[in-house]
Ligand binder design. Structure first.
Ligand SMILES: Nc1nc2c(ncn2[C@@H]2O[C@H](COP(=O)(O)OP(=O)(O)OP(=O)(O)O)[C@@H](O)[C@H]2O)c(=O)[nH]1
Ligand SMILES: [Mg+2]
Length: 284
C-alpha cells in the first residue's frame, strides 16, 4: 500500500520480472486490487497491488478503490508500505500501522531520484523511528535496485503455508481484464486533463485464434464531448491509441493481436452504482 504515484505497481512488475500491472506518471492509475504471484523454488509470494490511498473521495469509484485497499489489508500476512524517497511522508500511516498485527516492510522507493546517500540513510533512520519497524529498505523499482533484497525480506517474514496457487501462475486475473487495463494504460499516456479519469475499458469480444488473438474493446467515457476528444480529428487519436495498445498487448501475451476499439458514452459512470457494478468495482 501507499499514496498514489509512489511506484507500487512498478515495484510489483519489477518483482515479477514482467509488466503485468499498469503504471503511469498520473496518479490514481490502479483502480482495483490486482494479484501478482511470484513463484520461486521454495516459496510463493502473493502480492495485492492496490490503488493509492486518497484522503477524500469525490466519486463513488474512489470509494470502491479505497474498499480494495481495506480488503487487501484485512487479508494480508504482511504489509509492504511504499514511500516516495523524494518525500517519504509517514504521518498518515503511523496509527494504521501501529494497529496492524502482521509485520510491516517499508520500501523507500525512487532512490534513483535522491542525489545524496546521506539523505537516504537519514530517511531510513527517520522511517524506522516513526513507523516503529526495523524492516526498512531503500529501492528503485524503475532501475531494479534492491528488488531482490525486498523479496528475500518478504520470504523471510512470511508465514509457512502450502502454496495458494499453481506454481506456474503469475496472476489470477483473466487475460481479458489485464488487456483492458493495458488499453487504459495507453489512454492514461495519450490523453490529457480529465479524459484518463473518465475512461473505463471493457473487452466485448476476445477470439483466440491459432496465430492471432482478435480483441474487440469498448472505451467508455462520461460525456459526449469526451467521445470526440478520444476519437480525435478524423479519428487520428483513436488510431494512435489502437497502435500503442496493440503493441503493449502483443508484448504481454507474446502473440500477434488484431485490436478493434469502439467509443461509447455511459453518462457519469463513476458515480453510478449500477455502472460500477457492471465494470466490476462493486460486488454483484
Ligand atoms: N525514477 C523513478 N521512477 C519511478 C520509480 N518507481 C516508479 N516510478 C515512476 O513513478 C510513476 C508512478 O508509478 P506507478 O507504479 O504507476 O505508481 P503507483 O504507486 O502504482 O500509482 P497509483 O496506482 O496511481 O497509486 C511512473 O511514472 C513510474 O515509472 C523509481 O524507482 N524511480
Ligand atoms: Mg498502481
Amino acid at each position: 500500500m501507499g499514496l498514489p504515484n509512489v511506484g507500487k505497481s512498478t515495484l510489483l512488475n519489477a518483482v515479477l520480472g514482467e509488466d503485468l500491472v499498469i503504471t503511469n506518471p498520473k496518479a490514481q492509475t490502479t483502480r482495483h486490487r490486482i494479484k501478482g504471484i511470484l513463484n520461486n523454488k521454495n516459496s510463493q509470494l502473493v502480492f495485492s497491488d492496490t490503488p493509492g490511498i486518497l484522503e477524500s473521495s469525490a466519486y463513488k469509484l474512489q470509494e470502491t478503490m479505497m474498499g480494495a485497499v481495506k480488503s487487501s489489508l484485512e487479508d494480508a500476512d504482511l504489509v509492504l508500505l511504499v514511500l516516495d524517497g523524494q518525500y517519504p511522508k509517514t504521518e498518515q500511516f503511523e496509527e494504521q500501522i501501529s494497529n496492524l498485527s502482521c509485520p510491516v516492510v517499508v520500501v523507500i522507493n525512487k532512490a534513483d531520484l535522491v542525489d545524496s546517500q546521506e539523505v537516504l540513510n537519514a530517511r531510513v533512520i527517520e522511517v524506522k523511528k516513526t513507523l516503529k519497524t526495523k524492516h526498512v529498505l531503500v529501492a528503485s523499482a524503475k532501475e531494479g535496485f534492491n528488488v531482490s533484497k525486498i523479496v528475500n525480506m518478504l520470504v523471510e517474514l512470511s508465514p509457512e503455508h502450502p502454496p495458494f496457487y499453481d506454481k506456474d501462475l503469475v496472476s489470477d486475473e483473466s487475460v481479458r481484464f489485464l488487456v483492458s487495463e493495458m488499453i487504459r494504460e495507453q489512454v492514461l499516456s495519450q490523453y490529457k486533463k480529465e479524459i484518463p479519469y473518465s475512461v473505463e475499458v471493457s473487452i466485448t469480444n476476445y477470439n483466440e485464434k491459432k496465430n492471432i488473438d482478435e480483441i474487440y474493446a469498448t472505451i467508455y467515457v462520461e460525456r459526449k464531448s469526451q467521445k470526440g476528444i478520444v476519437l480525435g480529428r478524423g479519428g487520428s487519436a483513436i488510431k494512435n491509441l489502437g497502435i500503442f495498445s496493440r503493441k503493449r498487448i502483443e508484448g504481454f501475451i507474446k502473440k500477434k493481436v488484431f485490436l478493434s476499439l469502439t467509443v461509447k458514452v455511459k453518462k457519469d459512470w463513476r458515480s453510478d452504482d449500477q455502472q460500477l457494478r457492471y465494470f466490476g468495482y462493486l460486488k454483484k
